[in-house]
Write a protein that binds this ligand. Structure first.
Ligand SMILES: Nc1ncnc2c1ncn2[C@@H]1O[C@H](COP(=O)(O)OP(=O)(O)OP(=O)(O)O)[C@@H](O)[C@H]1O
Ligand SMILES: [Mg+2]
Length: 246
Protein backbone atom coordinates (compact mmCIF):
# COMPACT_ATOMS: atom_id res chain seq x y z
CA UNK A 1 0.00 0.00 0.00
CA UNK A 2 1.11 3.52 -0.64
CA UNK A 3 1.16 5.30 2.64
CA UNK A 4 0.06 8.91 2.60
CA UNK A 5 3.07 10.57 4.21
CA UNK A 6 2.91 13.82 6.11
CA UNK A 7 5.31 15.39 3.65
CA UNK A 8 4.27 17.36 0.64
CA UNK A 9 4.44 16.25 -2.98
CA UNK A 10 2.35 13.13 -2.45
CA UNK A 11 1.76 11.39 -5.76
CA UNK A 12 -1.50 9.50 -6.04
CA UNK A 13 -0.57 5.94 -6.95
CA UNK A 14 -3.38 5.76 -9.48
CA UNK A 15 -3.71 2.04 -10.12
CA UNK A 16 -3.33 -1.15 -8.15
CA UNK A 17 0.05 -2.06 -9.72
CA UNK A 18 1.70 1.18 -8.73
CA UNK A 19 0.43 0.71 -5.16
CA UNK A 20 2.94 -2.12 -4.89
CA UNK A 21 5.87 0.06 -5.88
CA UNK A 22 8.09 1.39 -3.13
CA UNK A 23 10.57 3.33 -5.25
CA UNK A 24 10.51 4.56 -8.81
CA UNK A 25 13.62 5.84 -10.51
CA UNK A 26 12.62 7.62 -13.70
CA UNK A 27 15.20 8.73 -16.30
CA UNK A 28 17.77 9.48 -13.61
CA UNK A 29 21.30 10.68 -14.35
CA UNK A 30 24.08 11.78 -12.02
CA UNK A 31 27.23 13.54 -13.18
CA UNK A 32 30.40 14.36 -11.30
CA UNK A 33 32.74 17.16 -12.29
CA UNK A 34 32.41 19.68 -15.08
CA UNK A 35 33.47 20.19 -18.68
CA UNK A 36 35.91 17.68 -20.12
CA UNK A 37 36.42 15.95 -16.80
CA UNK A 38 32.70 15.32 -16.36
CA UNK A 39 31.90 11.70 -15.46
CA UNK A 40 28.45 10.27 -16.05
CA UNK A 41 28.13 7.95 -13.06
CA UNK A 42 24.46 7.12 -13.64
CA UNK A 43 23.10 7.50 -17.15
CA UNK A 44 19.34 7.82 -17.71
CA UNK A 45 18.33 4.87 -15.54
CA UNK A 46 14.69 3.96 -15.06
CA UNK A 47 13.73 1.15 -12.68
CA UNK A 48 11.05 0.40 -10.11
CA UNK A 49 11.31 -1.58 -6.89
CA UNK A 50 8.30 -3.33 -5.35
CA UNK A 51 7.37 -3.79 -1.70
CA UNK A 52 9.08 -6.89 -0.36
CA UNK A 53 11.72 -7.06 -3.10
CA UNK A 54 15.16 -8.46 -2.35
CA UNK A 55 17.45 -7.51 -5.21
CA UNK A 56 21.15 -7.29 -5.86
CA UNK A 57 22.80 -4.67 -8.07
CA UNK A 58 25.86 -6.08 -9.80
CA UNK A 59 28.48 -4.39 -11.95
CA UNK A 60 32.21 -3.78 -12.23
CA UNK A 61 34.04 -1.24 -10.13
CA UNK A 62 33.11 2.27 -11.26
CA UNK A 63 29.90 1.15 -12.98
CA UNK A 64 27.71 3.39 -10.79
CA UNK A 65 26.39 1.02 -8.10
CA UNK A 66 27.11 3.25 -5.11
CA UNK A 67 25.91 6.33 -6.96
CA UNK A 68 22.62 4.67 -7.85
CA UNK A 69 22.10 3.34 -4.31
CA UNK A 70 22.84 6.77 -2.82
CA UNK A 71 20.18 8.23 -5.11
CA UNK A 72 17.71 5.48 -4.20
CA UNK A 73 18.43 6.04 -0.51
CA UNK A 74 17.92 9.80 -0.90
CA UNK A 75 21.35 10.62 0.44
CA UNK A 76 22.18 12.21 -2.91
CA UNK A 77 20.13 13.99 -5.57
CA UNK A 78 20.08 13.24 -9.30
CA UNK A 79 21.03 15.87 -11.89
CA UNK A 80 18.16 14.80 -14.13
CA UNK A 81 15.09 12.61 -13.72
CA UNK A 82 12.76 11.87 -10.83
CA UNK A 83 12.78 9.59 -7.81
CA UNK A 84 9.48 8.71 -6.17
CA UNK A 85 9.85 7.08 -2.79
CA UNK A 86 6.86 5.43 -1.14
CA UNK A 87 4.53 7.67 -3.13
CA UNK A 88 6.42 10.88 -2.47
CA UNK A 89 8.02 12.71 -5.38
CA UNK A 90 11.43 13.77 -4.09
CA UNK A 91 12.26 15.81 -7.21
CA UNK A 92 11.47 19.28 -5.84
CA UNK A 93 13.01 18.61 -2.41
CA UNK A 94 16.52 19.57 -1.32
CA UNK A 95 18.71 17.06 0.56
CA UNK A 96 17.88 18.97 3.73
CA UNK A 97 14.15 18.74 3.06
CA UNK A 98 14.62 15.03 2.33
CA UNK A 99 16.17 14.34 5.75
CA UNK A 100 12.91 13.53 7.60
CA UNK A 101 11.72 11.33 4.73
CA UNK A 102 15.04 9.49 4.72
CA UNK A 103 14.93 8.99 8.48
CA UNK A 104 11.39 7.67 8.34
CA UNK A 105 11.55 5.45 5.27
CA UNK A 106 15.12 4.40 4.45
CA UNK A 107 17.84 2.52 6.27
CA UNK A 108 21.22 2.81 4.56
CA UNK A 109 24.05 0.35 5.25
CA UNK A 110 27.44 1.64 4.07
CA UNK A 111 30.26 -0.56 2.82
CA UNK A 112 32.65 0.74 5.47
CA UNK A 113 30.02 0.72 8.26
CA UNK A 114 30.27 4.51 8.89
CA UNK A 115 29.84 4.13 12.62
CA UNK A 116 30.72 7.03 14.87
CA UNK A 117 33.87 5.91 16.72
CA UNK A 118 33.25 7.86 19.93
CA UNK A 119 29.77 6.39 20.39
CA UNK A 120 28.96 2.91 21.71
CA UNK A 121 26.98 0.38 19.68
CA UNK A 122 23.86 1.43 21.60
CA UNK A 123 24.49 5.13 20.98
CA UNK A 124 25.22 4.62 17.27
CA UNK A 125 21.92 2.78 16.84
CA UNK A 126 20.02 5.30 18.96
CA UNK A 127 21.18 8.24 16.84
CA UNK A 128 18.48 8.20 14.12
CA UNK A 129 15.76 8.13 16.79
CA UNK A 130 17.07 11.14 18.70
CA UNK A 131 15.61 13.39 16.00
CA UNK A 132 12.38 11.43 15.66
CA UNK A 133 10.33 12.85 18.53
CA UNK A 134 9.73 9.40 20.08
CA UNK A 135 9.69 9.29 23.87
CA UNK A 136 12.71 8.03 25.77
CA UNK A 137 11.09 4.75 26.92
CA UNK A 138 10.18 3.79 23.34
CA UNK A 139 13.70 4.62 22.14
CA UNK A 140 15.33 2.47 24.85
CA UNK A 141 13.06 -0.48 24.01
CA UNK A 142 13.51 -0.14 20.28
CA UNK A 143 17.33 0.21 20.36
CA UNK A 144 17.63 -2.80 22.66
CA UNK A 145 15.26 -4.79 20.45
CA UNK A 146 17.17 -4.20 17.19
CA UNK A 147 20.54 -4.84 18.83
CA UNK A 148 19.18 -8.13 20.19
CA UNK A 149 17.77 -8.92 16.75
CA UNK A 150 21.19 -8.60 15.07
CA UNK A 151 22.76 -10.73 17.81
CA UNK A 152 24.61 -7.98 19.65
CA UNK A 153 22.71 -8.04 22.91
CA UNK A 154 25.99 -8.49 24.76
CA UNK A 155 27.92 -5.76 22.91
CA UNK A 156 25.72 -2.72 23.50
CA UNK A 157 28.30 -0.78 25.52
CA UNK A 158 31.19 -1.60 23.20
CA UNK A 159 32.76 1.02 20.96
CA UNK A 160 33.30 0.24 17.25
CA UNK A 161 37.07 -0.27 17.78
CA UNK A 162 36.25 -2.98 20.32
CA UNK A 163 34.23 -4.98 17.80
CA UNK A 164 35.04 -7.20 14.81
CA UNK A 165 34.17 -6.12 11.26
CA UNK A 166 31.11 -8.38 11.24
CA UNK A 167 29.92 -7.00 14.58
CA UNK A 168 30.39 -3.43 13.33
CA UNK A 169 28.37 -4.26 10.22
CA UNK A 170 25.65 -5.68 12.49
CA UNK A 171 25.60 -2.40 14.39
CA UNK A 172 25.29 -0.58 11.05
CA UNK A 173 22.37 -2.84 10.10
CA UNK A 174 20.72 -2.27 13.50
CA UNK A 175 21.10 1.49 12.96
CA UNK A 176 19.55 1.14 9.50
CA UNK A 177 16.57 -0.76 10.96
CA UNK A 178 15.91 1.14 14.15
CA UNK A 179 13.42 3.59 12.64
CA UNK A 180 11.39 0.78 11.03
CA UNK A 181 12.22 1.72 7.43
CA UNK A 182 10.20 0.39 4.50
CA UNK A 183 13.38 0.19 2.43
CA UNK A 184 16.87 -0.98 3.38
CA UNK A 185 19.65 -0.11 0.94
CA UNK A 186 23.00 -1.80 1.55
CA UNK A 187 26.10 -0.91 -0.48
CA UNK A 188 28.38 -3.96 -0.61
CA UNK A 189 27.46 -5.02 2.92
CA UNK A 190 29.72 -8.08 2.86
CA UNK A 191 32.70 -6.67 0.92
CA UNK A 192 34.90 -6.05 3.95
CA UNK A 193 34.06 -9.25 5.78
CA UNK A 194 35.40 -12.79 5.63
CA UNK A 195 33.04 -15.15 3.81
CA UNK A 196 31.59 -16.78 6.96
CA UNK A 197 30.78 -13.40 8.48
CA UNK A 198 29.52 -12.18 5.11
CA UNK A 199 27.10 -15.11 4.93
CA UNK A 200 25.73 -14.35 8.40
CA UNK A 201 25.24 -10.64 7.50
CA UNK A 202 23.50 -11.58 4.27
CA UNK A 203 21.28 -14.10 6.07
CA UNK A 204 20.32 -11.37 8.50
CA UNK A 205 19.21 -9.15 5.61
CA UNK A 206 17.38 -12.07 3.96
CA UNK A 207 15.55 -12.89 7.22
CA UNK A 208 14.45 -9.28 7.51
CA UNK A 209 13.12 -9.41 4.00
CA UNK A 210 11.36 -12.76 4.50
CA UNK A 211 10.06 -12.31 8.03
CA UNK A 212 9.50 -8.56 8.36
CA UNK A 213 8.66 -7.82 4.71
CA UNK A 214 11.35 -5.15 4.50
CA UNK A 215 12.40 -4.31 0.94
CA UNK A 216 16.15 -4.88 0.66
CA UNK A 217 18.33 -3.66 -2.22
CA UNK A 218 22.04 -4.47 -2.02
CA UNK A 219 24.99 -4.00 -4.33
CA UNK A 220 27.69 -6.61 -4.49
CA UNK A 221 30.55 -8.28 -6.31
CA UNK A 222 30.58 -11.02 -3.74
CA UNK A 223 29.77 -14.63 -4.64
CA UNK A 224 28.37 -15.03 -1.12
CA UNK A 225 25.63 -12.62 -2.18
CA UNK A 226 25.29 -13.65 -5.82
CA UNK A 227 24.86 -17.33 -4.89
CA UNK A 228 21.94 -16.47 -2.61
CA UNK A 229 19.95 -13.67 -4.24
CA UNK A 230 18.41 -14.66 -7.55
CA UNK A 231 16.94 -11.28 -8.45
CA UNK A 232 19.88 -9.55 -10.12
CA UNK A 233 20.13 -6.12 -11.75
CA UNK A 234 23.19 -5.56 -13.92
CA UNK A 235 24.76 -2.14 -14.32
CA UNK A 236 27.60 -1.15 -16.62
CA UNK A 237 28.96 2.34 -17.35
CA UNK A 238 26.04 3.87 -15.48
CA UNK A 239 23.38 2.05 -17.49
CA UNK A 240 21.24 -0.98 -16.74
CA UNK A 241 22.21 -3.78 -19.06
CA UNK A 242 19.84 -6.51 -18.00
CA UNK A 243 16.95 -6.85 -15.63
CA UNK A 244 15.93 -10.25 -14.33
CA UNK A 245 12.55 -10.07 -12.65
CA UNK A 246 11.64 -13.39 -11.02
N1 LIG B 1 32.47 12.12 -5.64
C1 LIG B 1 32.85 11.79 -6.88
N2 LIG B 1 33.52 12.68 -7.67
C2 LIG B 1 33.88 12.36 -8.93
N3 LIG B 1 33.62 11.17 -9.50
C3 LIG B 1 32.98 10.26 -8.77
C4 LIG B 1 32.57 10.50 -7.43
N4 LIG B 1 31.93 9.40 -6.95
C5 LIG B 1 31.96 8.51 -7.96
N5 LIG B 1 32.59 9.01 -9.04
C6 LIG B 1 32.78 8.33 -10.35
O1 LIG B 1 31.52 7.86 -10.78
C7 LIG B 1 31.62 6.57 -11.34
C8 LIG B 1 30.70 5.62 -10.59
O2 LIG B 1 31.23 5.48 -9.27
P1 LIG B 1 30.54 4.54 -8.18
O3 LIG B 1 31.23 4.79 -6.90
O4 LIG B 1 29.07 4.74 -8.22
O5 LIG B 1 30.86 3.08 -8.75
P2 LIG B 1 30.70 1.66 -8.08
O6 LIG B 1 30.04 0.77 -9.10
O7 LIG B 1 30.05 1.79 -6.76
O8 LIG B 1 32.22 1.18 -7.92
P3 LIG B 1 32.89 0.22 -6.77
O9 LIG B 1 32.48 -1.19 -7.13
O10 LIG B 1 34.35 0.44 -6.99
O11 LIG B 1 32.39 0.65 -5.43
C9 LIG B 1 33.10 6.21 -11.30
O12 LIG B 1 33.66 6.51 -12.56
C10 LIG B 1 33.66 7.10 -10.22
O13 LIG B 1 35.00 7.41 -10.46
MG1 LIG C 1 30.68 1.39 -4.80
Amino acid sequence: MVEKGCLHSFIDAGDSMSEKIIAQIIGVSRYYGKGESRVTAVDRISISFGYGDMKVLVGPSGSGKSTLLHLLGCIDKPDTGRIILDGIDTTPMTLEQLAPLRLQKVGFVFQFFNLIPVLTAYENVELPLLFSGFDKAYIVDRVNHVLDMVGLGDRKRHYPRQMSGGQQQRVAIARALVANPVLVVADEPTANLDSKTGISILELLMDLNRNEGVTVIVSSHDTVVLDRISDVIHIMDGRLVELNET
